[in-house]
Structures are given as structure tokens and as C-alpha cells.
Ligand binder design. Structure first.
Ligand SMILES: Cc1ncc(COP(=O)(O)O)c(C=O)c1O
Length: 400
């Protein structure tokens, strides 16, 4: 006998994937407003307010622009402006998303040096230091804060210090940490930082708040070669920021006003909760979730010391992986329990599953049904997973 109504008449699937993540009700409501234009006095005020809120989430005095589109576009924008073709950059690589940053730099004809670690591990700061010392001519260090493909948090504060001591520019992909994991752009010495609207912030996908520091603006001015792009050229953005701000249009093209209205709501909610409270909530929920995973007799993919506060990767038990049934986990979770989780990307496909606990979903309200659905799914596939919900609740009630 099934314990659920198999018809699920209209019930929503909850998004426990590592983004897009669930959105907040206030964000949802902002999407129901009548359409507004992307310029004008009133709009200019809304845009300003949004960038101001985003600056606070970055903890920076630098200017923030809202890059419309995917996070990747804002990362590409950083690289194309910070580095000229033929210049050297060191890229820290330990998973799919950091490999992509490297790939973008290679496409842009940057001479790249890879500081890499196996997936699930971090590059030790001493190793990075040695690599930077061997590459004194490198102009920039490219990094990913939270490697979403493996659920690993990289020690950015230490990496950035090494780079700044050597006079390098620093670029940080904070797409899956922005608003959920401790980030101190100015305190750590990050020159260009890419956040995202719909991961830990709980807004809709489509906008990448991006902080551009003074050293980057300076580099753009002093470049020997002109950047060969237009939309992602910061000089073009500078022109509109300086000259079109008076008509409430400080960017080069039309922007999706709904995505900015939604982002404003989400950033406001993050600050209302308080950044420190928010970071703590993510850390506590993630630690309790990992404890629950272990109680279920499953294995967390990375070591505890480097495990991410927003995404947990879990090893697919050998019994399931070897029978080629790994994909069934995600399939059953979605079809039977209406809980969508992520799988392994590329090399890790079939080897891990990934659960996002970010923004709204970093909460027992979302985690408890996920754990219970995971237990039922594993059992259906012949792996006798124990209960994880009790451990989760117990762990979460500690240190309150
Ligand atoms: C760390 C990280 N960087 C970059 C991206 C790419 O973001 P987008 O798909 O918005 O370009 C993601 C998406 O999951 C991510 O997690």
C-alpha cells in the first residue's frame, strides 16, 4: 500500500537541487506587479536600491552592477576585462565549475596555469603559494568559492591573501555561496566578485549581481589592447553608468525589470535576517544534514573539514552504482516524492547525488521530507538506508 496519493493533484515539486532553489513568497509576489520600464526616475531609484543591498551582501565598498543572464556571463565578463590575451592567470581547479572558469580563460586566450586538486578535495594553500611563486608573471588568480559540483568550500581568504601579497588581481565566482556562506569581499581582497540571484538568495534565476573593485576599473582603463567584446566590456558599462544614470538607465541594454525587482526583495530579506545569522543557519543545517546522511549509512563525498554549507554531495552506494541504477535515485525522488535533487556532473555522473540546502531550503521544513524521501528511495532500490530524520532534528537542536 502506498503512503502517498500517487496522483499528486497539482502538488509542487520541491527544488532541492543545487540551484535553482526555492524562492521566497515575497519574491514571488514581486513578480505579480504590473510591468515597469527599465529606465526613468522611479526605476533608477529601484535599481540603485538593489545595487546598494547587493553591495552589503558582498560586504564591499566597490560598485555593483547587475549582469542580466547566467552567472557564467558575469564570470566571462570579469576575465575578458581583467586579462588581455597573452597575459597569464592562475586558476584554482577542483571540479566542474572551476574547470569551466579555466575553460573560459583559455577561450579568451589567457595563458592559464592550473592549480588543481582531485574532485572532493581542496588545493592546499601551501601548494598554491608554491605555484604562485613559480609564476611571478601571473596577473590574476581565478577562484570558485563553493564548488557546487562536489560540495566543497574552498579557503578563499587564504588564497586571496597569497594573490594580493603578490600584487595580483583576484576574481571570485561566488555563485553558489552569495548570501549563504561567509563572504567578505573587501576584507579578503577580492577585486571582482560574482554573486547570483537564485541560489542562496532565493530570488529567480536570471541576474548576477557583480562587484567590480577599483583595481579592475583601473586595469580596464590602462589596457594595451581593447577588449573585443561590447556587451561584456566594462568600458561600455562605465559610459552608461556615468552618462545614462541621470535617466535611470545606468547599463547598456534593456534589462529584465522583474528579475531586478525580485532580486531587491531577496537581498532585502537576506539583510533583514542578518548575514551572520544566515551564514550560521546554513552551516548548522548543512552539518545536521551530513550527520543525518551518515546515520543513514551513506557517505558524504568530501571530507567534513571542506564540506560546503549549501550543497551536500553523497556517494552513491556501490551496490546501486554497480547495477547502473544511480539515475533511478533522482528519478524516484522526483516522480514518487516530488523532491528534485541533483546528480553528479560529467566525471561524477552515476557516482554521487547532490542536495542543495540554500536560502529558503536551508530549513528543517525542506530537509525533513527530503531525508525521508531519500530513505524510502534507497530502500526501494534495495539499499537498507536507516532513518536520518531523527539525527537531523537532534543535531539541529544542539548549540541553539
Ligand atoms: C559555483 C558555480 N559557478 C557557476 C555556475 C554557473 O551558473 P550559471 O548556470 O548561472 O551560468 C554555477 C551554477 O550552478 C555554480 O554553482
Amino acid at each position: 500500500v502506498e503512503s502517498h496519493d500517487p496522483r499528486y493533484s497539482g502538488e509542487k515539486t520541491i527544488l532541492m537541487i543545487p540551484g535553482p532553489s526555492e524562492i521566497y513568497p515575497e519574491v514571488h509576489e514581486s513578480l505579480a506587479r504590473p510591468i515597469v520600464a527599465h529606465y526613468g526616475k522611479e526605476w533608477g531609484h529601484i535599481y540603485d536600491e538593489t545595487t546598494e543591498l547587493c553591495r552589503k551582501v558582498f560586504r564591499t565598498k566597490s560598485e555593483v552592477i547587475i549582469v542580466p543572464g547566467p552567472g557564467t556571463l558575469a564570470i566571462e565578463m570579469g576575465i575578458v576585462n581583467m586579462l588581455e590575451p597573452g597575459e597569464k592567470a592562475v586558476c584554482v581547479v577542483n571540479g566542474f565549475f572551476s574547470e569551466r572558469v579555466l575553460d573560459i580563460a583559455n577561450h579568451l586566450e589567457v595563458r592559464t596555469v592550473k592549480a588543481s586538486a582531485p574532485e572532493g578535495e581542496i588545493v592546499a594553500p601551501e601548494r598554491l603559494k608554491a605555484i604562485l611563486d613559480e609564476n611571478r608573471d601571473a596577473k590574476a588568480l581565478l577562484m570558485v568559492h563553493n564548488e557546487s559540483s562536489t560540495g566543497v568550500l574552498n579557503p578563499i581568504k587564504e588564497y586571496a591573501r597569497l594573490a594580493k601579497e603578490r600584487g595580483m588581481l583576484t576574481l571570485l565566482d561566488a555563485v553558489s555561496s552569495y548570501g549563504g556562506i561567509d563572504l567578505d569581499m573587501d576584507g579578503w581582497g577580492i577585486d571582482y566578485c560574482v554573486g547570483y540571484a537564485n541560489k542562496c538568495l532565493g530570488s529567480i534565476p536570471s541576474a548576477a549581481p557583480t562587484a567590480v573593485g577599483p583595481e579592475v576599473w583601473d586595469k580596464v582603463k590602462k589596457r594595451k589592447s581593447k577588449s573585443r567584446t561590447w556587451f561584456t566590456n566594462l568600458e561600455v558599462w562605465r559610459y552608461y553608468m556615468d552618462n545614462w544614470v541621470k535617466i535611470g538607465h545606468p547599463y547598456p541594454t534593456t534589462v529584465n525589470t522583474y528579475s531586478i525587482l525580485a532580486l531587491r526583495e531577496a537581498a532585502r530579506l537576506a539583510l533583514e535576517e542578518g548575514l551572520e545569522n544566515r551564514y550560521l543557519r546554513h552551516r548548522r543545517v548543512a552539518a545536521a544534514f551530513r550527520a543525518a546522511v551518515r546515520a543513514m549509512e551513506l557517505e558524504v563525498f568530501p571530507k567534513e573539514q571542506v564540506a560546503s554549507p549549501t550543497i551536500t554531495a553523497i556517494k552513491v552506494p556501490e551496490k546501486i552504482a554497480s547495477s547502473g541504477q544511480a539515475g533511478k535515485i533522482n528519478e524516484l525522488m522526483a516522480s514518487k516524492h516530488r523532491v528534485m535533487i541533483g546528480g553528479g556532473v560529467e566525471k561524477l555522473s552515476g557516482k554521487i547525488i547532490r542536495v542543495g540546502h540554500m536560502g529558503a531550503t536551508a530549513s528543517s521544513r525542506y530537509i525533513l521530507p527530503t531525508l525521508s524521501a531519500l530513505q524510502s528511495t534507497f530502500r526501494q532500490l534495495g539499499y537498507e538506508a536507516a532513518d536520518g530524520t531523527g539525527t537531523f532534528s537532534m543535531e539541529l537542536s544542539k548549540n541553539v
